[in-house]
Design a protein around this ligand. Structure first.
Ligand code: SF4
Ligand code: SF4
Length: 475
């Protein structure tokens, strides 16, 4: 998605013909970005501290005895801010996903890749954890290059071993973090405490994810964003000329040219120092315009600001701005497209809110057994035969009791004790099914088909109301 939206005085447009991560021989370009320093990096550093704290603390936060967030894709159980979404809630799950996607579209249309630069776990871990470990063990970009070219002497072996051991430890931590969101910390700590042989598959999962994260952060790196990530590739359709991005102000910077002492400057503010390129973790030149490889990490903003300060020019030659703001000096954040997405999002959130508020803890289906008729009893009562299914839509065990509400009568469950009672019990997110007779006095039935209202209780707490049809002889 190399933008052709603006004209750059530099006639070299060859960047459009190649992918920054691959060199002319078709081999991988390994990037050695220089350490970024500046106000944006400091802000991102503290933001990362906040995000990582949140990421590592959240699995331990419980609400009503349940994790605040759980994404158990294996058993299709999700808990989002205390709301349990089980296999029965496919509507709720589908609408949540749909509203999430529309939110992503809306957010990206307005703020571009702000997520990528500040909050995406790939960038957060890569730039703020793994890259920092690398700088601490192997030194700055120049030293890293020299070390890689150096023969395998004791120092190189030691530094490489220390770096990759640290990478492995952090990858193991991330794998555990991921599984704490999938299984919950209680389940995870059980796997860690109990013998490995009891949890071979889950232990295999931890090792597998450790290897994947290690491979990602030690080798794949920038290519996770530029080759693998589908979100990066969607930017071209999600952004418009009003989208805020890290951008080079070519109106101010061009024509670019070196600075010469004691000579009146006739060029723009870009002094062709290439510092913005030197710090870029994806190896691109932001001056070429908006590019798919740019993850909006802000490193080039800091690098350029530092240069502008040194040469006495105004900062912000590379800054958060939009194409329209650069060209027309004006920007409109709320465009018709944004309004459309906002309206859709509001509608979806209203529907979701209603579904959450009106949601019941159980979902019961009680239907007359196929082909069955009514039975006239000697005591002037009528019996109908039903099959039932009760789904537990919570993550706790439930002992449901079904009661007739609209007429006097009784339920006799197949396999029940003499008084007609049966011990129903539902596992978390579980389901039970069975057969039940409903017996109603004939004088309570005025017509052939009567709609009965029933309720599901747990103790004195009513969990759900539902209806079924009862048939009787014509009066
Ligand atoms: S850091 Fe700024 S001045 Fe230097 S090349 Fe990049 S845009 Fe131009
Ligand atoms: S162009 Fe700038 S913001 Fe984009 S990835 Fe490179 S350094 Fe980060």
């Amino acid at each position: 998605m190399n933008s052709s939206q603006h004209v750059i005085t530099d006639p070299d447009e060859s960047f459009r013909d190649h992918f920054s991560a691959v060199n002319e021989d078709g081999k991988r370009n390994w990037f050695y970005p220089q350490k970024p320093t500046g106000k944006w990096h400091t802000r991102r550093f503290w933001f990362t501290v906040g995000i990582l704290t949140l990421l590592f603390v959240t699995p331990f936060i419980k609400y009503n005895g349940q994790p605040l967030l759980l994404f158990n894709v294996l058993e299709r159980k999700f808990i989002i801010f205390g709301i349990f979404i089980g296999p029965q809630d496919y509507w709720l799950f589908g609408l949540t996903m749909l509203s999430f996607m529309i939110f992503v579209v809306l957010f990206t249309t307005i703020f571009g890749r702000l997520w990528c630069g500040w909050a995406c776990p790939q960038t957060v871990f890569m730039e703020m954890v793994f890259r920092k470990i690398e700088y601490a063990i192997e030194g700055n970009a120049t030293k890293q290059k020299l070390l890689n070219k150096a023969p395998w002497n004791a120092e190189k072996i030691l530094r490489k071993m220390a770096k990759y051991a640290a990478f492995l430890i952090v990858s193991f931590l991330i794998a555990n973090l991921l599984l704490s969101y999938v299984l919950g910390v209680d389940e995870l700590s059980k796997i860690i405490r109990e013998p490995i042989a009891d949890h071979m598959s889950l232990f295999g999962g931890i090792i597998g994810f450790t290897v994947i994260f290690y491979f990602n952060f030690a080798w794949l790196r920038d290519q996770a964003c530029t080759v693998v990530c589908p979100y990066g590739r969607l930017q071209g359709v999600l952004m418009d000329r009003n989208t805020i991005n890290v951008a080079y102000d070519y109106q101010r910077g061009e024509p670019r040219g070196k600075i010469h002492k004691n000579q009146e400057r006739t060029e723009g503010d870009c002094i062709s120092c290439h510092q913005c390129v030197a710090v870029c973790p994806t190896g691109i030149d932001i001056r070429n315009g908006l590019q798919m490889e740019c993850v909006n990490c802000t490193a080039c903003m800091d690098a350029c600001d530092n240069i502008m300060e040194k040469v006495g020019f105004k900062k912000g030659l590379i800054r958060y701005t939009s194409e329209n703001a650069i060209v027309k000096k004006t920007n409109k954040l709320i465009t018709p497209r944004v309004i459309g997405a906002m309206v859709m999002l509001l509608l979806l959130w209203s529907v979701l809110g209603f579904m959450v508020v009106s949601r019941t803890d159980t979902q019961t289906m009680l239907l007359r057994a196929p082909g069955s008729q009514y039975i006239e009893n000697k005591d002037q009562s009528i019996t109908n035969l039903y099959t039932f299914k009760i789904f537990n839509k919570t993550n706790r065990a439930i002992k449901p009791v079904i009661r007739l509400e609209s007429v006097k009568g009784k339920l006799i469950f197949a396999g029940a004790s003499l008084d007609g009672n049966v011990n129903l019990s539902l596992n978390p997110a579980g389901m039970i099914e069975g057969t039940v007779f409903i017996v109603v006095p004939a004088n309570a039935l005025k017509k052939r088909k009567t709609t009965l209202t029933l309720s599901v209780y747990q103790g004195n707490e009513k969990l759900e109301d539902f209806e079924t049809t009862f048939i009787a002889p014509e009066q």
